[in-house]
Design a protein. Structure first.
Length: 437
């Protein structure tokens, strides 16, 4: 692998792409440490040192922003507005006929959907920035901090508008940097920035586990976490690469004097067809009741029940609900992202068929049957991986965003595999040996 990586740097165009991607990453991480105008950086650092920076209601968003959210930097919103907008557009494509028609128009239609995603990203950024500024001003961002009300000393309207505009511009900048990486760098830009945001928190989280450990000055706990993390990475790689290949045969067709078709191929159906989307959906949905309680300041019985059962991740009700939501959203997302009837119609149109299965409706029913069968282990796998932070919370007294938690490992391994495959394909085009020998 090291030899292949060295050869990638020896190839001029690949070296330019790698260095360009590295430069964008440096700019991205630099922006994650520049505070927003109007924020008291000293008070923020004091609250960060007193509180558990990665726990609480904003833990997931803080992880996706590389720790920039709780520090109230210009890139505090991170890539979450773009991710949310992309998911919303994917769901609307199934519901709105106009968007479905655009999706079928190929590259031109996809460009239009991408433009809609950008507009929605800016709108969501304004809403999220306004909510974040309001939360910081009310002191709810760091509830246990002594100077929580002095994070934003000046509460004038002008200061608030300036902070909202700055954070919105930061989210738009992240979107632009991601598109630059996609066009001129290596890999998918937004996925790469997501990878960097999550990986940036790994060293600090691992060192915190070492400092909190009691066996051999914390080194035993540190070693156990490293071994468990490597085992999780191996498991995730194994499942992410697993797929069910459905054979497809294309009949021969005579057009003039030429014969077309007669080839054999397959439809790759991944075991984890939904990716990390179900985990994000389930986490976001579980945050809603806690957010309602936090902003309502209610002391009613329902609020107390929510605080006891849906806020702490060590609650049996929280664990069960979280697991069931992940399984539900796994089936839900697979149902809207893969249409067996459309695949069967396309196969029938071009003379393709699955051996032993009639073309048309029987093919669609067979694809739906296979998809449901392989989605079950994929959904259960996602649920078990996502519960790793809960086990770590009890075992090592770690925070809720354990460094080798389900969401972070799924994203890092998935992005890493895709990036390595892209570099390998470009090396093989130049007759070099790739990473995977």
């Amino acid at each position: 692998m090291l030899t292949a990586f060295a050869r990638a740097f020896q190839t001029p165009d690949l070296r330019k792409k790698l260095l360009f991607t590295l430069g964008i990453v440096v700019l991205f991480r630099l922006g994650a440490h520049i505070p927003v105008p109007g924020v008291s950086f000293e008070n923020v650092n004091q609250c960060m040192s007193e509180a558990e920076a990665n726990s609480g209601l904003f833990g997931l968003v803080n992880m996706f922003s590389g720790g920039a959210l709780l520090q109230l930097t210009i890139l505090a919103l991170g890539i979450m507005p773009y991710i949310t907008a992309s998911i919303i557009l994917q769901l609307l494509v199934v519901v709105i006929p106009r968007l479905e028609q655009l999706k079928k128009e190929g590259q031109a239609g996809q460009a239009k959907i991408t433009q809609y995603t950008r507009y929605l990203t800016v709108a969501l950024s304004v809403l999220q920035a306004t909510g974040l500024v309001a939360t910081a001003r009310s002191g709810s961002l760091f509830p246990q901090c002594q100077v929580r009300d002095e994070i934003i000393p000046n509460d004038s309207i002008f200061t608030t508008i300036t902070m909202v505009i700055t954070m919105t511009a930061g989210a738009a900048l992240i979107m632009w940097l991601g598109e630059l990486i996609t066009d001129r760098g290596i890999g998918n830009g937004m996925s790469m920035l997501m990878f960097i945001s999550i990986a940036a928190g790994f060293p600090g989280a691992l060192w915190a586990i070492k400092q909190q450990g009691k066996l051999a000055d914390g080194w035993i706990e540190f070693g156990v976490v490293i071994v468990a993390g490597l085992a999780m990475v191996a498991l995730v790689v194994f499942v992410e690469q697993a797929q069910r290949r459905i054979p497809v045969q294309y009949a021969k067709r005579m057009i003039g004097r030429r014969s077309y078709g007669g080839t054999s191929t397959y439809i790759p159906l991944k075991v984890n067809q939904a990716g990390v989307i179900p985990v994000i959906f389930a986490s976001s949905l579980l945050y809603i009741p806690a957010l309602i309680v936090q902003f309502s300041n209610s002391q009613a019985g329902w609020a107390t029940w929510v605080q006891e059962n849906l806020v702490g991740s060590d609650s049996p009700i929280y664990i069960t609900t979280y697991f069931l939501l992940i399984v539900f959203f796994a089936f839900f997302y697979v149902a809207i992202s893969f249409n067996p009837e459309e695949v069967a119609d396309n196969m029938k149109k071009y003379g393709g068929f699955i051996p032993g299965i009639r073309a048309g409706r029987p093919t669609a029913e067979y694809l739906s049957y296979v998809l449901n069968r392989i989605t079950w282990p994929g959904a259960l796998y996602l649920g078990l991986i996502a519960l790793v932070p809960t086990v770590a919370l009890v075992t090592f007294n770690a925070d809720q965003n354990f460094p080798f938690g389900g969401t972070s490992i799924l994203i890092i391994v998935g992005v890493g595999l895709e990036t390595v495959k892209q570099i390998e394909s470009q090396l093989q085009q130049r007759h070099y040996e790739g990473f995977l020998r």
